[in-house]
Design a protein around this ligand. Structure first.
Ligand code: 13P
Length: 248
C-alpha cells in the first residue's frame, strides 16, 4: 500500500525566515505515518531541501518547464528541481492554468518532463464554479485527466489532486458527497486506463483544507491525502492536518 500524502503548496509565499516552519514540522513528525511534502517557491527549494535533509519531510517544485534546459527566461526545469533536492513537482495547478494559460497538452508534457528527471508528478484537475453550476464537473475532470495524465503513469510516478477551482483560497468546500463522487470517478477512470495498479495511485483533495475540516475530508473514500495551500504555511496548522491524516 502506498503511504497517504499531506502536501503543502506554498505558492508565491515564503522567504528565508519561513524555513523555520519546515524545521518545526520536521521536529513534530520525526517518523510520521504518512508522507509529508512541502512545495516552497523556487527561491527556497534548495535551502528547504537542506533544512529537510535527514528528516521525514520531502520537498518539491510547484511547476516546471517541459524542457530540461534552454533559452527560457524565468523558467526552471524538473532536472533543476531534482538538482535542488526536490522529489515531486506539482503540474497543472489551476493557478498555472489560469495565470499562464497552460493547456492539458502542456501539463501532460510537464508531467513527462517530471518523470524524465526521476521525480513524481502531482497532476491537478478541477472544475470552475460555472462548470459545476452547469452540471459539467465529472465531464470536465475526466477530460483533464485523460489529456493531462500521460500514458505510462504509475503509482510511484503520479499523484492526482482534485482541486475544484472555486474552493481554492475561498473557504468554500464541496460537500463530502461531492468530493466522494469526483474521487470515485477519478479512481474509475484511472483504473480503466492503468488497470489494478490505479487502486494505489494517491488521490489528493485540495481547496480550503484546514485543521477543522481535515478529519471529515480524510474520511471520504478514495481520498488519500490533501494538497494544502494557505494552511500549509504555518507548521501548527499543517501539523494538525498531518495528524488527522495519520489518524485517518
Ligand atoms: P488553499 O488550501 O489555500 O485553498 O489552496 C489550495 C491549493 O490550491 C493547493 O494547491
Amino acid at each position: 500500500m502506498m503511504r497517504r500524502l499531506a502536501a503543502g503548496n506554498w505558492k508565491m509565499n515564503g522567504t528565508a525566515e519561513s524555513l523555520g516552519e519546515a524545521q518545526a514540522l520536521a521536529s513534530d513528525f520525526p517518523s510520521p505515518d504518512c508522507e509529508i511534502l512541502i512545495c516552497p517557491p523556487a527561491t527556497l527549494l534548495s535551502r528547504m531541501a537542506g533544512t529537510a535533509a535527514g528528516t521525514a519531510i520531502a520537498v518539491g517544485g510547484q511547476d516546471c518547464h517541459v524542457n530540461p534546459s534552454g533559452a527560457h527566461t524565468g523558467d526552471i526545469s524538473a532536472k533543476m528541481i531534482a538538482d535542488a533536492g526536490g522529489t515531486y513537482v506539482i503540474v497543472g495547478h489551476s493557478e498555472r492554468r489560469s495565470d499562464h494559460g497552460e493547456s492539458n497538452a502542456e501539463i501532460r508534457a510537464k508531467a513527462m518532463a517530471t518523470w524524465s528527471a526521476g521525480l513524481a508528478a502531482i497532476v491537478c484537475v478541477g472544475e470552475t464554479q460555472q462548470e459545476r453550476e452547469d452540471g459539467r464537473t465529472i465531464e470536465v475532470v475526466r477530460g483533464q485527466l485523460e489529456e493531462s495524465v500521460p500514458d505510462g503513469a504509475t503509482r510511484q510516478s503520479t499523484v492526482v489532486a482534485y482541486e475544484p477551482v472555486w474552493a481554492i483560497g475561498t473557504g468554500k468546500v464541496p460537500t463530502l458527497a461531492e468530493i466522494a463522487e469526483v474521487h470515485a470517478d477519478i479512481r474509475k477512470e484511472l483504473t480503466a486506463r492503468f488497470g489494478a495498479e490505479a487502486q494505489e495511485f494517491r488521490l489528493l483533495y485540495g481547496g480550503s483544507v484546514k485543521p477543522s475540516n481535515a478529519q471529515e475530508i480524510f474520511g471520504v473514500p478514495n481520498v488519500d491525502g490533501a494538497l494544502v495551500g494557505g494552511a500549509s504555511l504555518k507548521a501548527d496548522d499543517f501539523g494538525m492536518i498531518v495528524a488527522e491524516l495519520e489518524r485517518a
